[in-house]
Design a protein around this ligand. Structure first.
Ligand code: G6P
Length: 609
């Protein structure tokens, strides 16, 4: 949700900020802006739409400066417009970029208007910059004014702030939204994500909750939430600038779909010794925690929630441990009851999803003693709030529609099922079988990727459709949900998933020749049941596309098109069946000409409620 980048250097920072914005565009892309201080004046450029628009604006009318801040927006308060785009400025003196939401903005706006501040946007952010300006009247220096102003703000923020009164100072603040400082040689940068700054540095300081940093060329001071001067470690990132390049692929999403065999092998890498899962992969005290738990509660959002839904089937079937799962935004406000000794498992690609983080904190308030995160970003807030962690190691995922993050989450969750299951129902033989299934996954997915051309042709049937239904049973019902989510996210076709057995209770009424019904049909114990459901659809003239195990007999029915999926082992087959559905959504979106990597209205890292 919104990307921030800023810098203070001995060279013009504008090209660095622009490149940073391009790399942060996955966080929001409805408008972009940039401001610098030069000669005691703030120069600002803003443009509706993507960063490219801002780039063109700057080409036509360049600005430059050795200190600057920039922003790419995902609108929360106020529609996407140039006036609402950041940076926001107070009386030509202070400029601010903001990621997060200020909850008491209406009250602050009223007071500030009475104090004579003029508002030029509908955003919650504008109150921040006026509040700092107001505080400057009664305090000494920008840093103290920021500290004073922040006390008035309720809500979440990552901020980059600069003032013409102190053109050699950049202020960075973090509360509830991520922010890193990139440490260069004789220069510093700030950003919402390390990816933005990889072209200029690989050394990062990760600000903690409540931190305020005063940054100048010669000095970096960080104050913690208690206003104590603190030292934060500099960490070396393993990522390189080209880790977030598209390479030869037309879209990031396609690249990330194709990276799945490698990504899954990375998830497994080094976590087994002599084919036996090592529990310290989850943290040094994992064994002790696993010994004490009696139930699992999974919390997540979006695609990560779908990974959790599959895991619930696995936990209960394979490990025989009670497992609940809930969308994080519901859990956090529902007054849930947690069974004693419940392990909270959060799942998140970014580790910054506001609802997932808040749900975890809520669970802790409710007395949860153990929390484990399945996450893709090592320094993320979720990782830091959790006792145990299993990194998915998918590598940076840029496409807004999640692909490799999902299949690596499922792989990581199966590792957790093994570790916990050992203490419950999972036999040594079953563990060995699942382990060997896991190691065969990269090869299986390579085979599925060979269906790409066939699926591209199939996608043509969807381009003119308005709706689609996805069916699955058991662990493949969440895969149907994920397939439907992918299709709606990037092709804007309305898609719904149903457990196939539920069809007769309503959705069958929707069936006609204009509603493609995509069905996931692996060769498992539910196949016969599923076949009956398929017949129910066909008998009513429904058009089915069935992703089916290659070993199964052909079906002679003109309403049914079969795509043969390489034969897969039982428990891990949801991971394999995900891939053709990703490819289907991708090709439909390409045919429809939508913005595959940055679909309308969405953003990747949802750091607001
Ligand atoms: C957004 C993204 C989804 C993602 C969800 C949860 O909605 O567009 O792709 O699944 O957030 O994100 P997380 O980072 O917590 O997995």
């Amino acid at each position: 949700m919104c990307g921030i980048v800023g810098g203070i250097a001995q060279r013009n920072v504008v090209p660095i900020l622009l490149e940073g914005l391009r790399r942060l565009e996955y966080r929001g892309y409805d408008s972009a802006g940039l401001a610098v201080i030069n000669n005691q004046q703030i120069y600002r450029k803003r443009e509706l739409g993507k960063v490219k628009g801002l780039e063109l604006l700057l080409e036509a009318d360049p600005i430059s400066g050795v200190i600057g801040i920039a922003h790419t927006r995902w609108a929360t308060h106020g529609k996407p417009s140039t006036a609402n785009a950041h940076p926001h400025i107070s009386r030509n003196k202070i400029a601010v970029v903001h990621n997060g939401i200020i909850e008491n903005h209406e009250h602050l706006r009223e007071v500030q208007q009475k104090n004579g501040y003029e508002f030029t946007s509908e955003t919650d952010t504008e109150v921040i910059v006026h509040e700092i300006n107001h505080a400057m009247e009664s305090t000494d220096g920008l840093l103290n004014a920021v500290k004073k102003a922040l006390k008035k703000l309720e809500g979440a923020y990552a901020l980059g702030i600069m003032s013409v009164d102190e053109p050699d100072t950049l202020i960075a603040c973090r509360k509830g939204s991520p922010l890193v400082i990139g440490v260069g040689f004789g220069e510093y940068f700030i950003a919402s994500d390390v990816a933005a700054l990889l072209p200029v540095t690989q050394r990062f300081i990760f600000l903690e909750e409540g931190d305020i940093a005063k940054i100048s060329i010669n000095e970096l001071l960080i104050y913690d939430a208690q206003d104590q001067l603190v030292k934060r470690p500099i960490k070396q990132s393993q990522l390189t600038a080209d880790a977030v390049d598209k390479g030869e692929y037309r879209h990031y999403m396609l690249k990330e779909i194709y990276e799945q065999p490698f990504a899954i092998s990375q998830t497994l890498e080094g976590r087994f010794v002599n084919n036996r899962l090592q529990e310290n992969a989850f943290g040094h005290n994992a064994a002790e925690v696993f010994d004490n738990i009696k139930a699992i509660q999974i919390l997540a959002c979006g695609t990560s929630y779908h990974a959790g839904l599959v895991a619930r089937y696995w936990f209960e079937k394979l490990a025989h441990i009670p497992c609940n799962i809930e969308v994080a935004s519901e859990f956090r406000y529902r007054n849930p009851v947690l069974a004693p000794d419940t392990l909270i498992v959060t799942i998140s690609q970014s580790g910054e999803t506001a609802d997932t983080l808040a749900a975890l904190l809520e669970a802790k308030k409710l007395g949860a003693r153990y929390a484990l995160a399945i996450c893709n970003v090592p320094e993320s807030s979720l990782v830091r709030e959790s006792d145990l962690v299993l990194m998915t190691r998918a590598g940076p995922e840029i496409g807004v529609a999640s692909t490799k993050a999902f299949t690596t989450q499922l792989t990581a969750l199966m590792l957790l099922v093994i570790a916990v299951g050992r203490r419950f129902h999972l036999t040594e033989i079953a563990e060995q079988k699942i382990t060997s299934e896991l190691f065969s996954l990269p090869g299986k997915i390579e085979q599925v990727l060979q269906l790409d051309d066939e699926i591209r042709v199939l996608a043509e049937q969807f381009a003119e459709k308005q709706h689609a239904l996805f069916l699955g049973r058991g662990t493949h019902y969440p895969i149907a949900m994920e397939g439907a989510l992918k299709l709606k996210e990037i092709s804007y076709i309305h898609a719904e998933a149903y457990p196939a057995g539920e069809l007769k209770h309503g959705p069958l009424a929707l069936i006609d020749a204009d509603m493609p019904v995509v069905t996931v049909a692996p060769n498992n114990s539910l196949l016969e049941k599923l076949k009956s459901n398929i017949q129910e659809v066909s008998a009513r003239g429904g058009q089915l596309i069935v992703f089916m195990d290659e070993t199964l007999a052909t079906v002679n029915d003109e309403n049914i098109q079969i795509v043969r999926v390489p034969q897969v082992d039982n428990e891990t087959s949801p991971i394999v069946y995900t891939v053709p559905l990703q490819l289907l959504a991708y090709h439909v979106a390409v045919l429809k000409g939508t913005d595959v990597d940055q679909p309308r209205n969405l953003a990747k890292s949802v750091t607001v409620e």
